[in-house]
Write a protein that binds this ligand. Structure first.
Ligand code: KG4
Ligand code: ZN
Length: 338
């Protein structure tokens, strides 16, 4: 099966052509265009601006993804379906992708495969080596922090999630407290590499709660308190606070994910979402799995497949999607794990 996939749930506009080759997913093209540089002044995404930019980008991005594979008519006629993220996300942004996908579906008479963005993040792990089930997946992005159990394709059970800020949102808010550019995550990672993670004793929220839930807003308040105590923060303070913040967030993520994996006898742990592109998170996970001598394989997508992209939507559509008529697909910003 070969699909053209479209992803426009937040500030990225992405199109990808993917197919299955034997039982593996092969990505033939994956074009991503971002409007993130426009938000350095506002310190966060402005939904109206994001959607307006996506209207400009969507056709050129799809055209580029097609031309990377071959001649437009040949590629379009080789498609078995059009896949699109239908939620969750920003309504204006989702509508750009969904309405474009519906038009293509109608004009070229191809079925439509709606894909849940969160499930897309998990399926970034199925590009390349296929993970074994049961798997425990941790989605850590700007809008979500969710832990789920995956018994098979389409068999997903939600185990827990954040009670307040999403993990990436915590990185972004703390980044702002440290005067770092938006989004804070990658800058905190960079600063943390030269920081002392033991200098600040930050809380590990909900580490000992018996559930699989998370909370990050208290950590932000704790960082705010440290910043106020310091008065004026210098470069070393920023580095040390960054390293301490990463340590606090990752300790909780790793502990809860591994506890869930042990409880449900998972063979694989799958990470997804922008925060999963952090090297320290991956290294600390591997270290803990080795220390505990667990027979669990950790999967982390390559960096460009951790943040929003259409290749992960192609992967989810091929392995776990269902075909619909364009008449029955709508954008749904509130969509969650079913
Ligand atoms: O998955 P994503 O691209 O978009 C959403 O669906 O939200 O995730 C974006 C989030 C941002 O909050 C960003 O700060 C965070 O991922 N992020 C990181 C890193 N790279 C991106 N957080 C920590 N370390 C990173 N290296
Ligand atoms: Zn995302």
């Amino acid at each position: 099966m070969r699909v053209l996939a479209i992803e426009t749930s937040c500030d990225e506009t992405s199109a990808s052509i993917g197919e299955n080759y034997k039982d593996k997913i092969r990505i033939l093209s994956n074009v991503i265009s971002s409007s993130i540089s426009l938000y350095s002044k506002t310190g966060g995404i402005v939904p109206e601006i994001a959607a307006r930019e996506q209207i400009k980008y969507i056709i050129p991005v799809i055209e580029k993804a097609i031309l990377k594979v071959g001649k437009t008519e040949d590629v379009l006629s080789s498609l078995d379906a059009i896949a699109v993220t239908h939620g969750p996300g920003l309504i204006g942004s989702l509508l750009v992708g969904v309405e474009t996908a519906k038009s293509l579906s109608f004009v070229f008479d191809k079925p439509l495969i709606p894909v849940n963005h969160l499930i897309g993040h998990i399926y970034a792990n199925f590009i390349g080596e296929i993970p074994n089930f049961p798997a425990v997946a941790l989605v850590v992005s700007g809008g979500h922090t969710d832990l789920v159990l995956m018994k098979n394709h389409g068999k997903i059970q939600w185990l827990g999630g954040t009670r307040d800020d999403a993990c990436g949102e915590a990185f972004d808010k703390i980044g702002r407290l440290l005067n770092l550019p938006y989004p804070g995550g990658p800058y905190i990672e960079k600063n943390a590499k030269e920081g002392n993670h033991r200098r600040f004793n930050l809380p590990r929220p909900m580490l000992s709660s018996k559930d699989f839930d998370f909370s990050f807003s208290g950590l932000k308040t704790a960082v705010q308190r440290e910043v106020s105590k310091l008065g004026k923060i210098n470069e070393q303070d920023i580095k040390d606070l960054s390293a301490s913040v990463q340590d606090a967030i990752f300790e909780v993520l790793i502990y809860k994910t591994i506890s869930a994996a042990e409880k449900y006898k998972a063979k694989s742990i799958l990470l997804g979402g922008g925060v999963a592109s952090n090297d320290t998170l991956k290294n600390n996970f591997e270290l803990e799995i080795r220390n505990l001598k667990l027979k669990i394989k950790l999967f982390v997508p390559t960096k460009s497949l951790c943040t929003d992209n259409a290749a992960m939507i192609a992967s989810a559509a091929i392995l776990a999607g269902s075909k619909y008529s364009w008449k029955n697909v709508e954008a749904n910003p509130e969509l969650y794990f079913e």
